[in-house]
Design a protein around this ligand. Structure first.
Ligand SMILES: [Fe+2]
Length: 245
């Protein structure tokens, strides 16, 4: 852990910002949501301090889904895109060296997963998983394939908007975030019961990546900007604060 990241307890989760466990239009939440009120337990030392990841655990192509599953000299099919952004905590402090993992369907809307049943074909050169560490400014960057929407067995004609799943560890387990990124302008966002389980429109807006032409690679990739905010700690930090104090 870096010196400036040690310190106070994490702020409580904002329950009204996150979706409720029971969202009846999201069918599977009806059976799996708890019936009793949630209990808040104090976090433990290991939840406040672990985990720590090093660069040695990240492979050279882990951030590059266009190539990380492809045969030598080949690349995945579909629109090539760059997805990037900053990871910060609630007080705006960048989170460096944070593990960011993503997984997604391919350009036809199909996952490489044993339980996948959608008729769209697999791409032999696309695995659909990637990971990277944020840099010293909290910036992350992936290159991948634009995923397609796909149908799912929720209602008679339910489709997920195009999305990329994200998992972030932050600098401690208490900051763990698993979420989904959507694409600006997708008309399926407002039809999706998973998205619409989130009670506040401004919270939904934080899950929508923006087209970022300044970061696009000419004649190669469009770019999408997606920033993420993890829980903050309840004290002010100073760059000259030494670890453990
Ligand atoms: Fe998905």
């Amino acid at each position: 852990m870096s010196g400036e990241s040690a310190g106070g307890r994490f702020l409580p989760r904002e329950r009204d910002w996150h979706p409720p466990a029971l969202a009846p239009d999201y069918r599977s939440s009806r059976l799996r949501s708890p019936r009793a009120p949630l209990l808040s337990l104090p976090s433990t030392l290991s939840e406040e301090t672990g985990p720590v990841f090093g660069h040695v655990s990240i492979g050279e192509l882990d951030h590059d889904l266009v190539h990380n599953y492809a045969a030598a000299g080949a690349s995945a099919l579909g629109p090539r895109i760059l997805v990037h952004g900053y990871v910060r905590d609630q007080s705006g402090r960048p989170l460096p060296h944070t593990l960011v993992e993503i997984w997604q369907a391919n350009a036809g809307g199909r996952y490489r997963h044993p339980n996948e049943t959608y008729i769209a074909p697999l791409d032999p050169n696309f695995g659909g998983c990637g990971r990277c560490l944020t840099d010293a400014d909290g910036h992350y960057r992936f290159q991948t394939i634009q995923p397609a929407p796909y149908p799912w067995p929720n209602g008679p004609n339910s489709w997920r908007p195009a999305h990329i799943h994200f998992s972030l560890f932050g600098e401690a387990f208490a900051q763990r975030l698993v979420t989904q990124m959507y694409f600006e302008g997708d008309p399926l966002i407002e039809l999706c019961p998973i998205v619409q389980a989130i009670p506040r429109a401004d919270a939904i807006d934080t899950l929508v990546a923006r087209l970022d032409m300044d970061a696009a690679l000419p004649m190669d990739m469009l770019a999408w900007r997606f920033d993420l905010v993890l829980r903050g700690r309840d004290q002010t930090y100073f760059d000259n604060r030494t670890e453990g104090l």
